[in-house]
Ligand binder design. Structure first.
Ligand code: PLP
Length: 395
């Protein structure tokens, strides 16, 4: 069979090169392939908080002189129970995580008093967002996401050929989240995302507002309530809404309160009516053996969990009271702070030993987000921030 540019199945070099761009890289001719990814121009790169090694290297500092308060990680680390579970299963990683996956799913189903099919475990909360996108979105479907807000909602929707619209959380109302505030921008979207407690503002949406939102959106609209910080909240989560509704899913993560960010473990809780979709959309064995084992252990380590929650509650109150600059009340393990010029203040905190999150990428160029660290770090960053603020003001 002959086709253009091939002869006997072999490429004809001359026609292969025809109208392809030829570039010279260090004198070696390189043929640029016509093969390209699909149009990714509307896709954006996720900008993570910066870690100690990265910042230390960039500033010629000793990593030991830096504390990272930029990614909402647990400053107490993982629980001993989780560490033991990881250590004692290291020698079985040649096996697929079949039994452990089931064990984790069952432990979570038990924890939340739901059917096993309603617990969709995934590689991080982000992975669970992907499963929801896969299960729900048809090409061209629209999703509605908060601004400022978590970048991955829009990313996941675009990966799954969806389009993204936003609703505003306004600084003038203290980033309040209400059903009418979302519904004002709602237009039959397939998924509406609510983050509660919200990242980066720390606000929650009341359960009756969530219920109203689900009620007043179309029957085919799924309201995803992202509770990655749910353990730190003063108010109860949206799990109870799953009992009476088929249009709400709840997202949870082991990355924050459970201190397992590096293992990538999260899950969605979904309504019974379509729980069985999981087996059609999940990536086989997406949660690894060690993550499954650590997750089960972490669920049982309630003392460690409580210690982290207490620390976060103490720290967010402390920063709210001690800082001379404006802060917003938070129900998460972080506090949003208005510093005027976020990138400058974040940069000036680095030589003082603190890495915080510049919220410019969230669309809040005057704000930084400070993760609650250990007590010493929380006190230290408060002092450092007041020094920096005074310096900026005295210029
Ligand atoms: C951290 C976070 C997640 C999930 O993170 P994973 O590490 O993927 O579990 C989800 N939503 C928000 C708002 C977050 O801040």
């Amino acid at each position: 069979m002959r086709s253009n540019g091939t002869e006997g199945g072999r490429k004809n070099p001359a026609s292969f090169l025809k109208d392809r761009e030829i570039r010279s890289l260090k004198g070696i001719p390189t043929v640029l392939s016509r093969m390209q990814p699909r149009d990714l121009s509307s896709h954006q790169e996720y900008v993570p908080g910066r870690g100690v090694e990265e910042v230390a290297a960039a500033h010629g500092m000793d990593p030991a002189d830096l504390v990272t308060l930029s990614s909402n990680e647990n400053p107490l680390g993982p629980s001993d129970a989780a560490i033991d579970a990881i250590a004692s299963h290291v020698d079985s990683v040649h096996r697929y995580p079949k039994a452990s996956h089931l064990e984790l799913t069952d432990a979570l189903a038990d924890h939340w008093n739901l059917d096993r099919s309603q617990v969709w475990v995934a590689s991080g909360g982000d992975g669970a967002l992907d499963y929801l996108s896969r299960a729900v979105l048809e090409p061209g479907d629209r999703v509605l996401v908060p601004r400022p807000g978590f970048a991955y909602y829009g990313m996941s929707a675009r990966f799954h050929h969806g389009d993204v619209d936003t609703y505003e959380l306004s600084q003038s109302t203290g980033f309040e989240m209400t059903a009418p505030g979302v519904l004002g921008d709602y237009d039959g979207h397939r998924i509406v995302y609510v983050t509660s407690p919200h990242n980066p503002t720390g606000r929650t949406m009341a359960l009756d507002e969530l219920e109203m939102l689900a009620e007043q959106t179309d029957e085919e609209t799924l309201v995803v309530v992202d509770e990655a910080y749910g353990e730190f909240a003063d108010t109860g989560g949206a799990r109870e809404l799953l009992d009476g509704r088929d249009d709400i899913a709840v997202l949870r993560s082991f990355s924050k309160a459970y201190g397992l960010a590096g293992l990538r473990l999260g899950y969605a809780l979904v309504p019974e009516a379509w729980g069985d979709a999981y087996i059609r959309v999940n990536t086989p064995f997406a949660v690894n053996e060690l993550a499954c084992r650590a997750g089960v252990a972490a669920l049982g380590a309630s003392e460690h969990l409580e210690r982290g929650i207490d620390l976060a509650r103490w720290g967010r109150t402390y920063l709210g009271e001690e800082l001379s600059v404006h802060t917003w009340p938070s129900e998460g393990n972080f506090v949003l702070v208005d510093v005027g010029d976020a990138s400058r203040v974040a940069a000036q905190l680095i030589p003082r030993g603190y890495i915080v999150r510049d919220c410019t990428s969230f669309g809040l160029p005057s704000c930084i987000r400070i993760t609650i660290g250990r007590q010493e770090a929380t006190r230290g960053v408060a002092t450092a921030l007041d020094e920096v603020a005074a310096e900026v003001a005295n210029r």
